[in-house]
Design a protein around this ligand. Structure first.
Ligand SMILES: NC(=O)c1ccc[n+]([C@@H]2O[C@H](COP(=O)([O-])OP(=O)(O)OC[C@H]3O[C@@H](n4cnc5c(N)ncnc54)[C@H](OP(=O)(O)O)[C@@H]3O)[C@@H](O)[C@H]2O)c1
Length: 381
């Protein structure tokens, strides 16, 4: 029997790479995808598959598409679909999540997709006899810890930087406490950026949010704000802070390698880089990609007195990322290095980060599948 792996979040940045890489590894895949505003799940997946085929210039097999939503009991699947899962799926790669950092409602995001949603995925697994569970978490379940962070650690009494991190800790805990599962496998990426070869990305969080904001401010400065070059924009960092960026293609390659090698299951993997990027390097990339010159490091956490209009706008819009405006801890990736010694993380140096920044600017910080719905054909295997 050729069982499928049930993948959630296939339409997201990491999910589309996981889907591509699993299919290229001859794995049968079922995807749980929600309806879009204009397209049903099957149409969304087909559009994405056609994009991949056009980028790779080759044909790909199709996944089996299940339309559903993490937030609904049984993931919104009816009895026939649950029976299909029971008969055809033997594992789950739970990758979908809400990346809402700050919650405005205790019953809303990120809790409902990340915590309730993970419980709903677990309930479906229990109901359909799936025991092999792979969970995409985040290395930032470490919250605001400093120093070395190890793969076997979760709740060390740390404080968390935002609701998203707390929701991901709760989700991991639910999976760890699900006694009906075989020992689950956890994947904890650092901050995911675009493709190491092409810079392609479909989501513009983290590094891209700072880039996008700076890009927009630079355009307004040129147009109307009358920026005074004698007053540099003050960045409330000291420049030595380090951030851990990982390219999406590498995160997907390592995850696929672990998923498809049973002897590697049951562990926790930090999908984190060997070398981090300093705030000074990020600033240099922004300076060059955007031409946003005239900013200076003002000192970590030092208040900005009498802020300029640019500074006010910058700090107002970047507030959601406040907790990442700091030095990262050092993530130990021993399990990952041992499991995938042939897949070292590409070094994100100045040139690679600049290539990614230029690609995001070229994409105008947007991604839309280009395939017209009229081209949509058969969608299930
Ligand atoms: N991005 C990072 O820097 C980063 C870092 C560490 C860990 N991670 C983890 O990596 C995983 C993938 O993240 P990503 O960056 O690829 O995120 P993304 O691009 O925002 O994709 C999120 C995916 O989850 C799906 N999803 C969200 N809520 C859902 C719901 N209620 N029902 C069904 N599907 C739902 C989305 O579907 P729609 O297309 O319908 O919205 C989308 O496919 C997540 O678990 C995230 O926590 C991400």
């Amino acid at each position: 029997m050729n069982y499928h792996i049930l993948l959630t979040g296939a339409t997201g940045l990491l999910g589309r790479y996981l889907l591509r890489d699993l299919l290229l590894a001859d794995t049968s895949v079922a995807v749980l995808v929600r309806r879009g505003r204009r397209q049903n799940a099957a149409e969304r997946v087909e559009a994405m598959m056609l994009s991949w085929e056009s980028m790779l210039d080759r044909e790909l097999p199709r996944p089996h598409v299940l339309e559903g939503d993490l937030t609904k009991p049984n993931l919104g699947l009816d009895e026939d679909e649950l029976a299909w899962v029971e008969q055809n799926c033997d594992s789950v790669l739970h990758n979908a999540a809400s990346l809402t950092f700050i919650s405005s409602d205790p019953d809303g995001e990120p809790w409902i997709s990340n915590v309730t949603g993970t419980q709903n995925v677990l309930d479906v697994c229990e109901k359909t006899g799936i025991k092999d569970f792979h969970h995409v978490s985040t290395s930032y379940v470490c919250g605001l810890r400093d120093g070395d962070v190890f793969e076997n650690e979760l709740d060390e009494g740390q404080e968390w930087g935002n609701d998203y991190e707390r929701s991901k800790v709760q989700a991991e805990t639910l999976v760890r406490n699900a006694t009906f599962l075989s020992p689950p496998t956890f994947y904890r990426p650092a901050i995911i950026v675009g493709d190491s070869q092409t810079g392609f990305t479909t989501s513009f969080h983290g590094f891209y949010a700072t880039l996008h904001l700076t890009y927009t401010l630079k355009k307004s400065m040129n147009a109307e704000m009358g920026h005074d070059p004698s007053k540099p924009t003050r960045i409330t960092l000291d420049g030595n802070e380090c951030k851990n960026f990982v390219p999406v293609d590498w995160v997907s390659a390592v995850t696929t390698h672990v998923v498809t090698n049973r002897e590697l299951h049951g562990q926790t993997y930090h999908l984190t880089p060997e070398s981090s990027v300093s705030a000074t390097e990020v600033k240099q990339v922004l300076d060059l990609a955007i031409g946003f010159e005239g900013s200076v490091f003002h000192g970590a956490g030092k208040p900005v007195d009498d802020p300029s209009e640019i500074e006010q706008l910058f700090y107002e819009h970047i507030r959601v990322y406040d907790s990442y405006w700091r030095d990262d801890p050092k993530f130990d990736g021993t399990n990952t290095r041992n499991a995938a010694p042939h897949l070292p993380c590409p070094t994100i140096d100045f040139d690679m980060l600049l290539m990614m920044a230029n690609k995001a600017i070229e994409m105008d910080f947007r991604w839309k599948e280009k395939v017209p719905a009229a081209n949509v054909g058969a969608t299930s295997s």
